[in-house]
Design a protein around this ligand. Sequence first.
Ligand code: MN
Length: 324
Amino acid sequence: MSRQIDYKAAADFLRSHDNYYILIHQSPDGDAVGSGFALCSALRDLGKKANVMCSDPLPGKYSYITDKYEPQRFNHSTTVSIDLADTKLLGKTLSGYSDYIELAIDHHKSNTGFAERLTVDPDASSACEVLYEILTEGEIPISELTATCIYTGMATDTGCFKYDCTTPRCHIIAAELMKEYSLPIGRINRVLFDIKSMERLKFEQKIISNMKVFLDGNCAVAAIMLADLARWGVSEQDTEGVAALPMQIEGVEVGITLKEKEENKFKVSMRSAEKVDVSEICMKFGGGGHTRAAGCMIEGDVDQVRMKVLAAIAPILGIDLWMV
Ligand SMILES: [Mn+2]
């Protein structure tokens, strides 16, 4: 039904269609925003009409990208997705497009193959990296805005070029972009990784104070309940990036963040240091992602969900769950 096409074929597809809706995942991160707007900007530079569509509001820190964007009016005819591993992640507002995606550009090895055509490279650091290859291979021009977007997604998904998914290729692409355009990378990276609002820092402080460590110190679990968000005056989008916090504790192999979505339903984010393939664990629960960063939804109360996750991780670490 769906078939993998190479970079060149994906570029040919992009050139030969028009009036695009570009779908990105809910709770958008820097790669979703970066790749969505990079594709949009490249298509518009080709004289095409294109809009980026997301179920959720876009986090304000990407305003150096989103401020340069105005939605266009046109009769939509082509639907593509980027950085989307599964149509479940489209969210309610966009779920109606699930069966009509003509091209999926992605880098998740857990991509469910929902689209008519797929350009999925699980070895790429980010959807932005895949898009860069498509654009250069297909000789589609890259403007300064497109380059800024691509750099943003690559920086985000590699944790500022420090995770294991950072390859020589990532550095070469980043270097090419820097050589060609005057990207303010110091400022971009400060916005992406360093600057936090006072509220956000206080929010992190609360998460950290509620964090617990399990499995002989190998797993740290942070739980964020809806009631906490309400009490702390924090919105859903303000929780982006909190999954990195449990990993900062010395000795932790797997960092787990449980975010209550509705009563007895949690979005579980997992991060791994070196030993555990968290995408495999998340796939067991119907989710997916990457070796070092993955997610899934699990039902139950917070204690049950935590137990389910720890029970799945313990054998991989060779720890007897019941002895801890
Ligand atoms: Mn990504």
